[in-house]
Design a protein around this ligand. Structure first.
Ligand SMILES: [Zn+2]
Length: 486
């Protein structure tokens, strides 16, 4: 806790005392200011507690697999209980649970108005030897908190908790139900994921609006360049590449060696680039990003849609940024290879996995047809794997909640523009959108590329100042949307 925060806390407390000392309505005296986030953000001790919760959550290892989210779910439930909120643990599988809690605005709930705060309890695993600190130690060093999940997604989880508890502590008068949901198996997308949660427990968190991870506050050269508010995401499909040949003694090589055929196929697939296709969100994103970039690349971004230079411009922009490349086309990444049983045996089969990311609305069959043409080898077959993702409708860019997110974030980050964002990565929001939730992605912490890259990588960390700022911004977004007065 720093000095400024202390002053903020006292001001907030004073405001609370003032408001509570006034009668509910006094003729001739104007009503209390309709919306102010400060009492919630400054609810006693909330910033100090948020950091404590983040620390504790990082120390509970929820690497997925196996996830084991139940411990973290119980921890979160304990925090809520201490605040006088009644949480519910939602069991999904042995040792795997989610947790939900609700602040009510009225006796009869109106799910279509309700706001859902979503974050996931699990993290990706770590390669421990590549870390310079204990990944589950929540070490604080040089102004950062280090640990798996510090950003993805325990940072957001702790921030959601801070907003939710802050509303309760400030006794905020909410005009819609606010629901806190911590999900499981987000990183695995398996039997304990949001799909299962929706199919078993939908009534407990049905909502019209949601805020979740998925978008980011992008820093460049020490300041916020733009705020990407995720309103749509790409769809993941895995495709197996299977080469078959004749097995035999490695001392007498044959031309139909499955390993050789697979390797040739993967080499061709690796050079494949699918055609560019701008979705409405991506088009708006590029319009917004061009003025923020250097003149040279901005020129190419603006030329991508022109008939004469379009194709060349698309190539320049794709080469400039892997993110931009993936935002405007379907992508195919070979990820896993498997073949062989012994050093001296030619195997009968060799396999690879392709992780395909489709733009919403694009068909996997089109991509597979193109790849088949490219590979052009009867010994190689492509097989689409089950559990392919489903394309969800995009969230509206006209909703009140989207406008509040953009206005508040832009104001809080010194006027940096808020742009609609279509993530190349997956989140729980796709499933929510499929159930008519206007879900938006915004991890509210300002992060530079250097820190964004550590998510799912080594030495994941969050700058303490960004965490604090993010808690504030998220609080302001939620109070502006859901609080009448306090
Ligand atoms: Zn995540």
């Amino acid at each position: 806790m720093n000095g400024n925060r202390l002053v903020g806390t006292l001001t907030g407390l004073a405001a609370l005392m003032l408001v509570s000392s006034l009668p509910a309505t006094t003729p001739g005296i104007p009503q209390a200011a309709p919306v102010s986030a400060s009492a919630v953000a400054d609810a006693p001790g909330i910033h100090r507690d948020a950091l404590l919760w983040l620390t504790d959550l990082v120390r509970i290892n929820t690497s997925n697999p196996p996830g084991s989210e139940q411990l973290a779910a119980k921890y979160v439930a304990g925090v809520l209980q201490k605040e006088g909120i009644k949480p519910e643990i939602l069991d999904l599988a042995l040792g795997r649970s989610a947790v939900v809690a609700r602040l009510r605005s009225s006796v009869v709930p109106d799910p279509s108005k309700a706001l859902l705060l979503v974050a996931h309890l699990d993290t990706v695993p770590v390669e421990k030897t590549r870390w310079t600190v204990d990944p589950f130690g929540a070490v604080i060093k040089d102004g950062y908190l280090y640990g798996r999940g510090a950003v993805d997604d325990k940072g957001m989880l702790a921030a959601n908790l801070a907003v939710f508890v802050g509303l309760k502590r400030a006794n905020a008068h909410i005009n819609r139900d606010v629901i806190f949901l911590a999900t499981a198996d987000e990183e695995g997308g398996g039997d304990s994921s949001i799909r299962m949660l929706i199919s078993r427990y939908w009534d407990k968190f049905a909502a019209g609006f949601a805020i979740n991870e998925g978008g980011n506050v992008f820093m460049k050269n020490g300041k916020v360049q733009y705020i990407g508010v995720q309103a749509s995401e790409k769809v993941a499909v895995n495709v197996s590449v299977v080469a078959r040949g004749t097995s035999g003694h490695a001392s007498q090589p044959t031309k139909d060696n499955a390993v050789v055929h697979l390797a040739a196929a993967i080499a061709k697939i690796g050079s494949y680039s699918s055609p560019v296709h701008f979705t409405a969100i991506v088009r708006r994103y590029f319009e917004g990003i061009a003025p923020l970039e250097d003149d040279e690349i901005a020129k190419w971004i603006r030329s991508m849609d022109t008939p004469d230079r379009g194709e060349h411009a698309q190539r320049v922009v794709s080469d400039f940024s892997p993110l931009w490349n993936a935002m405007m086309r379907d992508t195919v990444a070979p990820t896993v290879l498997s073949a062989g049983v012994a050093n001296n045996v030619i195997p009968a089969e060799a396999r690879a996995n392709l992780n395909v990311r489709l733009l919403p609305g694009d068909s996997i069959n089109t991509v597979v047809n193109e790849l088949n043409k490219l590979v052009n080898d009867p010994a190689v077959k492509l097989e689409v794997q089950p559990n392919a993702g489903l394309a969800a409708p995009q969230s509206s860019l006209e909703s009140d909640f989207y406008n509040v997110i953009c206005q508040v974030a832009s104001r809080e980050f010194a006027g940096a523009p808020a742009l609609p964002f279509q993530s190349t990565w997956l989140t729980d929001s796709a499933q929510l959108r499929l159930h008519n939730v206007q879900a938006y992605g915004l991890v509210p912490f300002p992060l530079a590329d250097e820190d964004l890259k550590r998510m799912h990588g080594d030495d994941e960390r969050i700058p303490l100042a960004s965490f604090d700022k993010g808690v504030d911004v998220l609080t302001k977004i939620v109070t502006e949307f859901a609080v009448t007065r306090y």
